[in-house]
Design a binder for this molecule. Structure first.
Ligand code: TMP
Length: 205
């Protein structure tokens, strides 16, 4: 029976999740982790899914299954043991990324992806999901100025990313008891301050 608090950051590309997840984990003394790639097996899967060459032409169901395999290993070896031992866990992406990217983005059935993630995780879902919402223009500007080449999913095109962003907003709206949406387009410190307020209020309630 999990006893630590389980918080997931979600959002599109360049939404600032990684920075905010790291800041929150440090403030809470929580385990900080991410998907894909939160385990050794997951690092290989991350390469397969995001690497430009290897995964070219990958079937969308294969992509969904690889991400589910990453999640299964991640939950079994990192997240669940930490929660059971009483640690809080903050993850940079989790199952809702599969719903948004493989479901809304790739066009796979969202209910199928939910069942797949439920099976892979042994029905472990976050207590709180924080969506960092960033307008497409801001995300594109941040990606362009990062100076790093785009990975396979970042390069999937504007329409794909619009479907993903719309999917995240729909998921948040359909489950207001678990999701909180924060405007991620502001300065890092302003966003962090709101994240802290949201988390304190959520767990105080
Ligand atoms: P990031 O963690 O650096 O944002 O990159 C992870 C990429 O993998 C991002 O493009 C979203 C994608 N992804 C999925 O498509 N499905 C998933 O289930 C997860 C966890 C990530």
């Amino acid at each position: 029976m999990p006893i630590g608090r389980f918080i997931a950051f979600e959002g599109g590309e360049a939404s600032g999740k990684s920075t905010q997840a790291a800041r929150l984990a440090s403030a809470l003394g929580a385990v900080l982790t991410r998907e894909p790639g939160g385990t050794e097996l997951g690092q290989h899967i991350r390469e397969l899914v995001l690497g430009a060459g290897v995964a070219e032409g990958v079937d969308v169901r294969a992509e969904a299954l690889l991400l589910a395999a990453d999640r299964a290993q991640h939950v079994a070896s990192v997240i669940r043991p930490a929660l059971v031992s009483g640690r809080d866990v903050v993850t940079d992406r989790y199952a809702s990324s599969s719903l948004a990217y493989q479901g809304y983005g790739r066009g796979l059935d969202v209910a199928d992806i939910r069942r797949l993630s439920d099976w892979a995780s042994g029905s472990l879902w976050p207590d709180l999901v924080i969506l960092l919402d960033v307008p497409a223009e801001v995300a594109q500007r941040r990606l362009a100025s990062s100076g790093v080449g785009l990975d396979r999913l970042e390069a999937a095109g504007d329409e794909f990313h619009q479907r993903v962003a719309g999917g995240f907003r729909e998921l948040a709206a359909s489950c207001p008891e678990t999701w909180r949406v924060i405007d991620g387009s502001r300065a890092v410190d302003e966003v962090s301050a709101e994240v802290m307020e949201v988390v304190s209020a959520f767990f105080a309630a």
